[in-house]
Design a binder for this molecule. Structure first.
Ligand code: ZN
Length: 323
């Protein structure tokens, strides 16, 4: 298979200095349905308490000699935390949703609405079990598209649709994310393989956060829902997030399967209203519960119509299950 030269459609980013179309925010929960591991720069060292007391007595307290002679029992890679609370950072959530959208866009007639923000030159499909082969199994031929350079607003005033929505160098995105904070999570120690030990959030944990949006058209809000794995209801299908996500199992554990759950949509005072079927949300109003299912279904359909022939939404988890 050859790489395919594709032209990225670019235009001037829309005006951020005034309000138009939809402005508001989404309350979202990320619910792991397997273990979830989000890496952190720190490592957690666990030690035997008796051993620690012995060493501290010997050296008369927490001196540098004492610290260097402590034998650590085990070493676990920490879960990312903010103020000691297990947290999925905003950048991870944004990267996860954005890359799902980038990879779902397909070139039509040699043109595409999305660059690859981390452009890598396409290569031939990786051989099974070499680096990247699972990624290729899921996303397939789109990885052969050579979309050229990534948008960079400091060099070129025109950007692709996905960069207008999520931002790029020199351009604030129209969609922004909060950190997603864990609620009452007890991290568990998992011994995975070859001394890879991690502290992971167990299945059925909950991480809450919000996604705010500025000046989006209805179909673009639908595109955001597609990036979250939502289709016919406010609770999405399983998607992949975090380290080890491309592995069916590691050390007997499933990792990295999560669900995005839209809990509430709120429109700002400056927003246009949303109105269809029996749903009506005025500026300043909000929507919760059963009606969110109708909202998601309708806006996703609107996105599929607007980008007809340009979106190919893959079911990443079921591909991994079949490997
Ligand atoms: Zn771009």
């Amino acid at each position: 298979m050859q790489s395919l030269g594709v032209e990225v459609i670019r235009a001037r980013p829309r005006d951020r200095s005034r309000f138009e179309h939809l402005v508001g925010s989404l309350s979202v929960t990320i619910e792991p349905i397997s273990y979830l591991y989000i890496g952190s720069a720190q490592e957690q060292h666990l030690m035997n308490e008796e051993e620690l007391i012995k060493v501290l007595n010997k050296y008369g307290g927490l001196t540098s000699e004492a610290i260097s002679s402590v034998k650590f029992e085990e070493k676990y890679s920490s879960f990312h935390t903010t103020n000691n609370v297990p947290t999925i950072p905003a950048s991870s959530v944004k990267g996860n949703i954005r890359s799902r959208i980038e990879l779902s866009f397909r070139a039509r007639n040699g043109k595409t609405k999305s660059c690859f923000i981390r452009a890598t030159a396409p290569t031939r499909p990786p051989v099974a079990r070499l680096h990247g082969w699972r990624h290729y199994k899921i996303w397939g031929e789109v990885l052969m598209e050579n979309r050229g350079w990534s948008c960079d607003s400091t060099r070129n005033q025109q950007v692709c649709l996905v960069c207008d929505l999520f931002g790029t160098n020199g351009l604030q995105g129209l969609i922004s994310f909060s950190d997603f904070k864990g609620e009452g999570i007890r991290l568990e120690r998992l011994d995975l393989e070859h001394e890879v030990n991690v502290l992971a959030a167990p299945p059925n944990s909950k991480f809450r956060g919000s996604v705010s949006f500025l000046n989006l058209r209805q179909e673009e809000l639908g595109l955001l829902f597609i990036g979250m794995g939502l289709k016919v209801s406010a609770r999405g299908r399983a998607v992949l997030l975090g380290r080890f996500k491309y592995r069916k199992q590691v050390g007997g554990y499933e990792l990295g399967r999560i669900i995005y759950h839209l809990e509430r949509l709120k429109l700002s005072e400056y927003s246009e209203h949303i109105k269809f079927e029996n749903i009506s949300i005025n500026p300043g109003g909000s929507l919760e519960g059963e009606d969110l299912n109708t909202l998601v279904r309708t806006l996703v359909e609107s996105a599929m119509r607007t980008y007809e022939g340009e979106l190919d939404v893959k079911d990443e988890v079921s591909t991994i299950e079949k490997l």
